[in-house]
Ligand binder design. Structure first.
Ligand SMILES: Cc1ncc(C[n+]2csc(CCOP(=O)(O)OP(=O)(O)O)c2C)c(N)n1
Ligand SMILES: [Mg+2]
Length: 312
């Protein structure tokens, strides 16, 4: 990883951390219309994977992958407008978390139906190959989501067809309150169905980036899909309405000591690549301004409720 990429990666992870902290404040003040699903401690698995892609590649994030959307150019302003349900937000106030896409930036909108995006992205990868385009499709799935039928159907199809698809598995210790050993036999990496599989420390941003870059290269060489399992930990509740009393505080503390941000910063410092000390302050100011804009933005006109719907 070169210095410029490292700087961009650190900034993306820090922006994700701070943006989600701002969202939590907006939630506690009663401004968000739904709950807030954080990626605290998992920022590397969203940001480093997306950053290893090329500009023409396409991603389909899940709710815990806001960082990948920032990497692709989504702005905090758009995110806050969306969470606050305002008319000028990406879905015009129709949806209240990161469930919005952007064709121009190669983002297929996240959906709640876990696993469903894997066959969708296998289809995207198939279209790249049919058109002879050197592009890759990437999506993410949690340990819980990897128990869906759609996960198996989509990944199996990609393996059989040797499609340029990268599935990032986020093994983060829980699916809501259920630990993996209560809902899956074996390890997440054993669910690869013949896809090229790498298991990495998901809190090591460098390792995640290198693994994603390797997976992408294999895809571009026509060697078929990759399943990149990132071992990490969900350090906050499933969402802000969940106090995660079922999680051992010692495990949270153990993983806090492996936080991806200071770890990556230390890795940069070893190379003499210092992080600009004003970065966090500048990002905070930008986030405050974006939140203020969202708070002042207009509500949707109820008369537009039926717009954008399919009807017979
Ligand atoms: C097909 C499907 N089944 C159940 C749910 C309800 N649900 C939403 S999030 C969640 C837990 C997901 O856990 P995991 O896939 O491990 O992701 P994480 O929240 O840990 O990032 C569940 C069961 C859903 N959204 N989709
Ligand atoms: Mg999980």
């Amino acid at each position: 990883m070169d210095q410029d990429t490292a700087r961009r990666l650190y900034e993306a992870m820090l922006l994700t951390r701070l943006a989600e902290e701002r969202l939590v404040k907006l939630f506690r003040q009663g401004h968000t219309l739904g709950s807030v699903y954080r990626s605290l401690g998992q920022e590397a698995t969203a940001c480093a994977t997306a950053l290893a892609l090329g500009p023409d590649d396409v991603i389909a994030p899940l709710i815990r992958n806001l960082g990948s959307m920032f990497v692709r150019g989504v702005t905090p302003r758009e995110v806050f407008l969306q969470y606050l349900g305002r008319a000028t937000g990406p879905t015009g106030g129709r949806e209240h978390n990161n469930h919005f896409g952007s064709v121009a930036r190669g983002i297929i909108a996240p959906t709640s139906m876990l696993g469903a995006l894997i066959p969708v992205m296998a289809g995207v990868a198939l279209s790249f190959r049919q058109k002879g385009e050197r592009r890759v499709a990437m999506t993410w799935i949690g340990d819980g989501g990897s128990s869906t039928g759609a996960f198996y159907e989509g990944l199996n199809f990609a393996v059989v067809q040797k499609l340029p698809l990268i599935v990032v598995g986020e093994s983060n210790g829980f699916a809501f309150s259920t630990p993996p050993e209560r809902q899956m036999a074996g390890r997440m990496s054993q669910r690869s169905q013949g896809a090229f599989t790498l298991t990495v420390d998901g809190n090591d941003a460098t390792a995640v980036y290198e693994a994603a870059a390797q997976a992408r290269q294999r895809c571009l060489e026509g060697k078929g899909p990759a399943f990149l399992v990132c071992e990490t930990f969900r350090r906050s509740g499933h969402a802000e309405h969940d106090d995660q009393r079922y999680v051992d505080p010692a495990a949270v503390a153990e993983w806090a000591a492996k936080d991806p941000l200071p770890r990556f910063e230390a890795w940069m410092v070893l190379r003499g690549w210092t992080v600009d000390p004003s970065l966090a302050g500048r990002l905070e100011a930008k986030l405050m301004a974006a939140a203020d804009t969202a708070l002042e933005a207009p509500w949707p006109d109820p008369g537009t409720l039926m717009q954008g719907l399919h009807s017979n």
